[in-house]
Design a protein around this ligand. Structure first.
Ligand SMILES: [Zn+2]
Length: 287
């Protein structure tokens, strides 16, 4: 697809701003959106204007240090521009950042609870887990500094006692990731109120991670998710780990390996694999 013109990108930002406003993710002038238009410039929403009222000509062009290079004189760039630019400069592949206060996600950010458990398959595959970043004073470097700790492996973030932050290859991906986070937070909260939140089993989380690989999604920079305290990520598929280092699971792990993956087995483990294979063949024959 051909690269979009600046005019089209401005229209995309306005469309996303109105979705954010109509979803009830912001009150008054809350929230901000940015998109990189070339290596040295981004367009962002102005401060002090409701996302429901923004038009393309109100958007402001800034350089990567946050200096305004184009825009109406009476308008100023978003007060959170430092946070946006820090992410745009430091997260490869990301050209857009969306910040809002969607109520369920923000409630988790206020409760101090990260959305980090392996609960819904789509979320395990698309987002891994959603970390809670340390509280920072809005408009200062405190927020970007806290986000930076999680930036490499995550796409969306809960800002402690503040709201939600999402990144994407374009403004729609950043928006839809926030939509996924908010629905996940809502489902989580409802399940919690019903009295129980089950996590997906280890074996099934591994299958989901394997699917990500098959679908060509990035495996290097991906957070994974937790079952209780235990973080499940690609190292579990590649190496196997202590808690599951029994032979039964090793056989199950074997089925998750890629064709070119190298593995090491003890004599006993090899013997178990052969035995279980022979047994299943014999069982098949005797039917
Ligand atoms: Zn905010």
């Amino acid at each position: 697809m051909a690269e979009k013109t600046e005019r089209e990108l401005r229209a995309d930002i306005v469309e996303v701003c109105s979705k954010i406003y109509n979803n009830g993710w912001v009150a008054a002038n809350d929230g901000n959106v940015s998109v990189m238009i070339d290596d040295n410039h981004a367009i962002c929403t102005p401060t002090g204007i409701s996302k429901g009222r923004i038009t393309t000509d109100m958007l402001i062009k800034v350089d990567m240090d946050g200096n305004m290079t184009e825009g109406e004189k009476e308008l100023k760039p978003s007060s959170e521009i430092k946070m946006h630019l820090d992410i745009l400069k430091n997260k490869p592949g990301v050209t857009s950042v969306v910040h809002a206060h969607p109520p369920y996600s923000t409630a988790y950010a206020v409760a101090g609870i990260p959305l980090d458990q392996c609960i819904l398959p789509e979320i395990v595959i698309s987002l891994g887990h959603i970390p809670l970043t340390k509280y920072g004073t809005p408009s200062t470097f405190e927020i970007p500094d806290s986000v930076r700790e999680h930036l490499k492996d995550n796409f969306v973030f809960l800002l402690e006692n503040h709201g939600a932050l999402s990144t994407g290859e374009n403004v729609f991906q950043a928006y839809y990731r926030m939509e996924s986070m908010e629905l996940f937070a809502k489902i989580n909260a409802i399940a919690q109120s019903l009295g129980n939140v089950n996590t997906i089993s280890e074996g099934n989380v591994k299958k989901l991670l394997k699917l990500r690989t098959q679908w060509g999604m990035d495996t290097e920079n991906f957070s994974g998710c937790r079952i209780g305290d235990r973080l499940m990520n690609y190292s579990d598929i590649k190496n196997g780990t202590g808690s599951e280092n029994n032979n039964k699971n090793r056989v199950a792990d074997y089925n998750l390996l890629q064709d070119n993956d190298k593995i090491t087995l003890t004599r006993k483990e090899l013997q178990d694999i052969i035995e279980s294979t022979v047994k299943s063949i014999l069982k098949e024959i005797s039917r």
